[in-house]
Structure formats: C-alpha cells, structure tokens
Write a protein that binds this ligand. Structure first.
Ligand code: NAP
Length: 337
C-alpha cells in the first residue's frame, strides 16, 4: 500500500490528484491487505482501471484507490467457428483488440483504440462505430472488495444496456472485475455502416474490407477527431448522447432542420450531444486551462496546469447553455468521483 500517491499518471485528464492510499494488485489475494486492515477497510474505496473515463472532482481522494494490474490472455475453448478467450482485467484494451484483429477473430474490431483496461470494458459496456462489447462477452469474473468473495456473472446477469451495466450501480460498484471471457467468431462479416467508415474505406479504394481494414479505418478516424491520450488531457466523450421522445424531437426538428438523429429500438430518438454543444457555440472554446475540443464538441480537454474545478465549471456552463437553448438536460458520461 502506498500513501499520498499521485494519480497524475492514472487519469487521462492529467489532473494532479493525490490519493490517501493506493494499492496496485496483480493477484486478487493481495486484496486481503484492504479487507483485513481496519484503517483501509473502513475507508472509502475506488477501483481504478486506466483512468480514461474518470474525473476526480477534488485534488485529494480521501480513501483507498485499488488499481488492478494483472496480465494474461488464454484460450479456454475453440472450434472451427468460435474461440473463447479469458483476458485479465489489467490488460490494456487496445492491445487486446489489436491481437484479435491480427488473429482474424471477429467482434471487437469496431472497438479499436478505445483507451482503458479490459476490466473496465464491461462496466460501461464500451461502444463505438455500432459495436458494443456486450455482444462478445461470455462471462465476467469479479471479486467483492469488501469481503474477497469471488463471483461469475453471465452475460445476462450484467444487465448491459447503452454505455451501462450493473457494475455502474451503487450496489455493484464494489465488484472488481479481474477477468473477462470473450466469445469471438472465426468467420463473420465486418460492420462498416456506421459514421463515415464506409466512405473512408471507399476513398481508399477498399471495396471488400477485412477486419484489419476496418480496424485501421477506425483508428485513423479516431486519431483525426480525438485528442491524443497522454498528450492532451481528456476522457473521450464527456457527455452522453441525448435520447428523447419523438414528441421532443419533432419540436426540435421544427426549429432546427439540420438536427441529426438516429432512431432507438424503443421508439425514442438519439440526438448526438456534440451537435447541441456545437450549435450552442462551444466547439473549440477555451477557458483558461480547459476547453471544448475543436474537432469534436463532445470532448472536454485539459491543456495542462489546470484543475478539475475549472473543468466542472465549464461542464456546468455548457449544460446550462444547452438547457437554455434547446430545453435538453445533457448528462456526463464520465464517472465523476
Ligand atoms: P460521430 O461519427 O460524429 O457521430 C456522432 C454520434 O452519432 C455518435 O455519438 C453516434 O452515437 C451517432 N451515430 C453515428 N452514426 C450512427 C448510426 N449509423 N446509427 C446510430 N448512431 C449513429 O461520432 P464520433 O464522436 O466520431 O464517435 C464515433 C464512435 O466512437 C461513436 O460510436 C462514439 O460513441 C464512439 N466514441 C466513444 C467514446 C467514449 O468515450 N465512449 C469516445 C469517442 C468515440 P453512439 O455514440 O451511440 O455510437
């Protein structure tokens, strides 16, 4: 256990937060130190993966940060059609995806280059370019950090939904995901109908894309649009997309003819929140050490030397402005701790 530990390298926003206690574990048995010691067990605890979807609201975290660093990938079963792979939670997500793409296993290619760890991937059911990790997860293995008991969650038990799962609820936040079993396909088709992926491939003369063509297209698109992790502080999309009723959408469409929208399966309509933020004039706006990314208004950035208070103030201003202009409450996707 380390004391007064700087989380600078452990949050992609790059805020200089200090944790009272920091425990890096490679094996779940090492959690015993937290469970058996009254000073730690009675403290507030937070499980930290790659720190790519978190904003610490204070400069001091008065509790224990548990960071899982276990590594390992192994094949559990395979046949001519499928492969089941167990991956340790401390593995880096994008490295694992690169491996599956190199092997020609279908399922995760549209989730290329998402920052963070494998253990964090089920928590918010990471998604991009029409793919969601829930479609490839077979089981999730987790440990209750309060008593050390281990549990296996089948896919259905995880209650996956849009950027959400049971592991985001107050009750299940105490579960540390130490490994995930993925079921990937050895034969399949790629999905290119999302965003501008098809156009991107066509422009490069790729008419029958393979898995690596799609993965590369997504990597390049992301690199062109999103700030580089480790260079500019950010946590990817800061806000959730807005999901509104048809009635609300019709009202907005009447006033704003160019409003983009995507139908949801339940009859509601998804509107990219980046559009509201851009339309309200925030895209590229900078306030001191923080700002709104000039290539994607959904992303808030930290240019360095700032603090989370500045970022939260900007978040509030953007929320108020979108509410005033469009009557829509936009919510952060980032986990504010
Ligand atoms: P984009 O292409 O500018 O599209 C804006 C939004 O429109 C996206 O958020 C996406 O919603 C939605 N969209 C686009 N095509 C769609 C379709 N055919 N059907 C339904 N919805 C569609 O988005 P972007 O910012 O460059 O991001 C591209 C993808 O990467 C998106 O899937 C986005 O969610 C994902 N991404 C996620 C994070 C994160 O931190 N979670 C960060 C960056 C990018 P969805 O978000 O529902 O896909």
């Amino acid at each position: 256990m380390e004391k007064d530990f700087s989380l600078l390298e452990y949050n992609t926003f790059g805020f200089n937060v200090t944790a009272k206690y920091f425990l890096r574990i490679n094996d779940t048995k090492e959690l015993k130190e937290v469970i058996d010691n009254e000073a730690y067990s009675s403290s507030r605890k937070f499980i930290l993966g790659g720190g790519s979807n978190v904003l610490f609201k204070d400069e001091y975290f008065d509790g224990v940060i548990i960071h899982l660093d276990n590594k390992g990938i192994k094949t559990l079963e395979e046949n001519a059609d499928k492969i089941k792979i167990r991956v340790c939670g401390g593995e880096i997500w994008k490295d694992f995806v690169n491996l599956t793409v190199a092997k020609g296993y279908y399922g995760l290619e549209n989730l290329s280059d998402i920052p963070g760890s494998v253990g964090a991937s089920p928590v918010q059911n990471i998604g991009s370019y029409g793919a969601e990790v829930k479609n490839c997860i077979h089981q999730v293995h987790a440990i209750d950090i309060n008593n050390g008991k281990t549990y296996t969650f089948n896919n259905n038990d995880c209650h996956f939904s849009y950027r959400n799962s049971i592991f985001k609820t107050e009750e299940y936040k105490r579960f540390l995901i130490y490994s995930v079993d993925f079921m990937l396909q050895k034969r399949g088709t790629v999905r290119t109908d999302y965003g501008n992926i098809k156009d991107f491939l066509m422009q490069r003369g790729v008419t029958s894309p393979c898995i690596s063509d799609v993965a590369n297209a997504i990597k390049e698109t992301r690199a062109n649009k999103l700030p580089e992790v480790g260079v500019i502080g950010s946590a990817g999309s800061f806000f959730q997309n807005a999901i509104v009723t048809q009635e609300v959408f019709d009202r907005l469409k009447f006033k704003y003819h160019d409003i983009p929208s995507y139908p949801e399966t339940d009859g509601r309509v998804k509107i990219p929140t980046g559009w509201f933020i851009e339309k309200a004039g925030w895209k590229g706006h900078r306030e001191g050490n923080v700002g709104v990314w000039d290539k994607q208004a959904l992303v808030l950035v930290h240019y360095g030397k700032g603090n989370s208070k500045e970022l939260l103030a900007l978040m509030n201003k953007i929320q108020d402005s979108v509410k005033k202009e469009f009557g829509i409450d936009i919510q952060p996707e980032v986990n504010i701790v």
